[in-house]
Design a protein around this ligand. Sequence first.
Ligand code: ADP
Ligand code: MG
Ligand code: ZN
Length: 495
Amino acid sequence: YETRIPVEIAGEELLARLEAAGVEVESTEETPSFGSQLLSFAFVLLPVILLIGFFIWMSRRASGGGLGSAAGMGRSKAKVFDASRPDTTFDDVAGYESVKAEIVENADFLRDTSRYAAAGAVTPRGVLMTGPPGTGKTLMARALAGEVGVPFLSVTGSSFVEMFVGVGAARVRDLFAEARRQAPAIIFVDEIDAIGQRRHSNAIMSNDEREQTLNQLLAEMDGFDPAVGIIVLAATNRPEVLDAALLRPGRFDRQVTIPLPNQLERHAILDVHCRGKSLGVDADLETVARRTPGFSGADLANLVNEAAIRAAREKRTVLGAEDFEEAHDRVLLGQRDGSNVLLPEERHAVATHEAGHAIVAALSPAADPVHKVTILPAGQSLGSTHQVPLHERHLYSETYLLDTLAVQLGGRAAELEAFGQASTGAANDLATATTIATKMVREYGLSPRLGPVGYASGGPMFLDQGQAVQGRPYSDETQRVIDQEVTRLITEAQD
Ligand code: ADP
Ligand code: MG
Ligand code: ZN
């Protein structure tokens, strides 16, 4: 009987037992062959090799596959508007003459650097366009790309942001290197707040990747030689979150605000968007412009489109006044609800409520005239009273605000008069009235008890202000006075 057994396993014990049993043992030690040695080595190494392979595969997959991806990850995705110029021109951007002039002037620096150099003027490095959404910032940049005779590199702020730290910075470097190669050139960074946000000293809030990207941007904007001729144009809705270092002279040294359009500009924007559409004789864009305070360029474009859709639905090619009227209601209130969902007594209540608004508006000398009252449900509202200012206002007097409060509460007051009780229909009115009254007291200094103090709400400058105000700069005592004053204003308005 012959067997092979590793020495480690056999050991003394086995030998002892074999001897005790009187077995005749004859043993020879065998040196392992080279092949078997290699095999056992491979068994040890195989899992390690597999693991390493797995990691390599994972990291390739994460970076987007392909062998060259690790190197290409940092490349900027700037779209160069050079060969294919956008066909947008300044003709497509209505109004905003001063903004256009400002931006063109900056581009002009690039066309003729020597003239400015002769006068000892240094070309500005950056121009920041700020303003509410939809006022045509991106449009303006596209138009500029179409008009100037220099390369135009366009990127959005968010395209710098990536999962890996350092990629954004590499992209910024690459973008500026590209611009330097093509100089004189314009770099346009849309929605710059994605990378330009204020850096935090707070460890919990810090974001390495964004900070590195921002630091790189700061360095690049400072670093390039002014003679090279690169101008950075940027746009944002949230200038208040931008890092202060970004806004200092030498970086974005020019800020252009693009506000909501005024009545004349609204008219011009409507004209631009009605180009190529046939308007009926009764369609009056001036009236539409007058009725749309607070609309942005994008809202107006949408309104014109809604009017055209409505005409097309009725198989007409000419847009009439009615189309604009309907489109306006639709944009403002939402889709009109065709189904007759209200109970008769509900409809009576809504009619009473809206009549209340209308009567108070008619009787308040400072309030805007009533344009239209409707009790056809649309969107969230059951009815609405629409007031249109005679002239566009830029300043609101105290009497105007008080009358506005009264009009807001007129609906509920009418319900109280007619039915002896209020309903849930006034919730929106009350919320609006409370917001106005709170602002009157807290921001505009219109409360005799609080005196001429104003606490800015500190919310986003151009975006809708949320209700939440974190951290009050005044005491609880002041808050109590504010609450009382708000209640007083609204109660007086109701009376
Ligand atoms: P944002 O300021 O948010 O970048 P955009 O430039 O994207 O706004 O504008 C959105 C749309 O609104 C444009 O595509 C255009 O149709 C319309 N618009 C905005 N401003 C104007 C304007 N001044 N003239 C003509 N159209 C405008
Ligand atoms: Mg934009
Ligand atoms: Zn109401």
